[in-house]
Write a protein that binds this ligand. Structure first.
Ligand code: N2P
Length: 348
């Protein structure tokens, strides 16, 4: 008899421990996020995890093309990604994006209208604005004594070995195309060939083709100038006041990075919660302050330090931007762009 009681006790204990263990180890919902490197305040992710009781898996990419390939291949399914304008256009065309239910994004009302209903997603059915900016040249005033007002300076022999270019196909081709006086959305094979030749000619002068490393190299004065996205210029100038940013007179690329929900994601509802969370004014301001880029959220501007909001680098007027183009997806001409870039990369 005693034995039976003992056994029952032991069994119940095992049962109770089992129930407790499964209870505690309950699988949390997970959200997979795919963003550019250095493009968020990490504490924002922690706050999202806490408030929504979920786990964030966070991965980064360096170019739109890298992001596109991994989502297209579908190895990991991402719930939220951050492509730019022309890439959003391509992903919509290729049916890679979920429609966003605007009712679930009340914070869309915090977005400045200038960033809504743009050509690449005319009704914002598929994307919610995040950051925007220009492309220009960041340079060290102690190391460069020529005026920096033209893309030509990136071909000046005097700065051999001190020039950094972006390892990004559309951006580097745009620089060469604008230098030649062509559109960065050209559909002319001859113009693209010429741009490739320009980039090949420039190669011996270039110290490196870079991504996020550009910031350390410029701040550490290991290079004199670099082609950069404006937000990185803001971040660098904050660290080294000998640095300055210029938008060349031949024209710049005006770009927009938005949040999207890829079709192969697993949790659309949570993705929408995340996008909405990112556009709370306080959260948008924290991200903006942390990364240096320019927010599309006008309510966040009131929460940011004045020197940022008044910065001509981060928030230029139309006049300060000057000549500009927005990238378009080359569509049927894409292979030409890809081939030109690969041929340039293959040159030693
Ligand atoms: C920051 C990436 C900026 C994206 N590392 C520019 N479109």
């Amino acid at each position: 008899m005693k034995n039976i009681v003992k056994r029952i006790l032991v069994l119940s204990l095992i049962l109770v421990i089992g129930i407790l263990a499964t209870g505690c180890g309950e699988e949390k919902a997970t959200i997979n996020i795919y963003n550019w490197g250095d493009y968020i305040d990490p504490s924002v992710l922690k706050d999202f995890e806490k408030e929504f009781n979920v786990k964030v898996n966070y991965n980064t990419f360096a170019t739109n093309e890298d992001m596109y390939i991994s989502i297209k291949k579908g190895g990991t399914s991402y719930d939220v990604a951050f492509p730019s304008d022309y890439m959003i256009e391509r992903m919509i065309d290729e049916d890679m994006l979920e429609k966003i239910s605007k009712d679930n994004i009340p914070n869309l009302s915090n977005i400045d209208e200038r960033f809504l209903n743009l050509e690449f997603d005319p009704e914002n059915d598929y994307s919610v604005p995040y950051m925007w900016g220009t492309v220009g040249i960041v340079y060290n005033k102690k190391m460069v004594d020529d005026p920096v007002d033209s893309w030509n300076i990136l071909w000046n022999e005097k700065y051999k070995g001190q020039i950094l270019m972006l390892d990004s196909q559309r951006d580097s081709l745009a620089v060469a195309l604008k230098k030649l006086g062509y559109s960065m959305n050209t559909r002319s094979l001859e113009e693209l060939e010429e741009a490739k030749e320009e980039l090949i000619k420039q190669k011996p002068l270039v110290y490196a083709y870079v991504g996020d490393e550009v910031k350390d190299l410029l701040v550490g004065e290991e290079a004199a100038m670099a082609v950069v996205w404006s937000g990185d210029a803001v971040a660098m100038i904050r660290e080294n006041e000998d640095l300055a940013y210029a938008i060349p007179k031949e024209g710049t690329n005006l770009w927009f990075d938005n949040m999207v929900i890829p079709k192969n994601g697993n949790n659309k509802k949570l993705a929408e919660e995340f996008i909405n969370f990112m556009q709370r004014p306080e959260i948008a301001a924290r991200n903006t302050d942390y990364i240096g880029y320019s927010t599309a959220n006008y309510k966040a501007l009131d929460l940011l330090p004045e020197d940022i909001v008044n910065s001509e680098v981060a928030y230029p007027t139309d006049e300060e931007i000057g000549e500009r183009e927005i990238f378009k997806d080359p569509k049927d001409f894409l292979k030409v762009y890809d081939d030109i870039w690969l041929e340039f990369k293959a040159q030693r």
